[in-house]
Design a protein around this ligand. Structure first.
Ligand code: ZN
Length: 130
């Protein structure tokens, strides 16, 4: 499945847990793996706390302190900070499926990470049966 994500801000974390859960439900797979892939060099995917929204705010703020938008970069496109952040978050993640549900900790959510938006982004999801 390929999903389109319309990001609204230059940098933001978008909770896509529901989207991935829907993909699992639609597949009818009870046990297996959800493979999630972001085909972009300035966006990523990560799993972290979705209970307190300040957690992802703090992650983004800390990334911006360490890798500011304006910095001593050589890349002519002017978005090196976004490339660096995307690499740190990673371009894929894998979540186990058990009894038809994603295996996530109580406080875990799956986040699409935009670092050079707003843009139309793609998110690939493959549900693999055991
Ligand atoms: Zn670039």
């Amino acid at each position: 499945m390929i999903y389109t994500i319309k990001t609204k801000r230059p940098q933001e974390f978008i909770d896509v847990t529901g989207m991935i859960s829907d993909a699992v439900s639609k597949s009818s797979v009870q046990n297996g793996i959800a493979a999630i892939f972001v085909p972009h060099t300035t966006a990523g995917i990560t799993i972290n706390e979705n209970a307190d929204p300040n957690v992802v705010r703090d992650i983004l703020n800390s990334l911006n302190k360490t890798y500011p938008v304006e910095g001593d970069y050589m890349h002519s496109e002017g978005n090196s900070h976004a490339h660096i952040k995307a690499s740190l978050m990673g371009s894929s993640c894998m979540v186990l499926i058990r009894d038809g549900s994603l295996v996530l900790g109580t406080w875990q959510g799956i986040y699409f990470c935009e670092f050079d938006g707003p843009r139309n982004r793609k998110l690939f999801v493959k549900i693999i049966k055991d």
